[in-house]
Design a protein around this ligand. Sequence first.
Ligand SMILES: [Zn+2]
Length: 124
Amino acid sequence: MGNLKTALKSEFGGAGRTMSPPSPKRPKKSCDDPNCPFHGSLSVRGRSLDGLVVSAEMDKTAIIRRDYLHYVPKYKRYERRKSHIPAHNPPCLNAKEGEQVKIAECRPISKTVAFVVVAIRGDQ
Ligand SMILES: [Zn+2]
């Protein structure tokens, strides 16, 4: 059963796989942000997630909302849960509120930010 784990990984989009040249395509615009995974020296590794931008008002940081289902065994039903993940928003992507984005884990950029926006859904 050694390949069960790899089978699961590929089924779920390979979460946990490293993607040191970021696999999403490079944005058309360029930027000079050192914390940009495309034009700076920031490398991404670990988890990559999808979410909705609920706030992009901070400087180069966006709040990503993730909705997910959590199973409650007692009632044999799922309950809806959500989480907010602060993510670095490089100027070349400049994700706006209401956009569906893909984020990838990176080194901690600040006290709370350890993810970076790597793609905006719908423009690829
Ligand atoms: Zn950039």
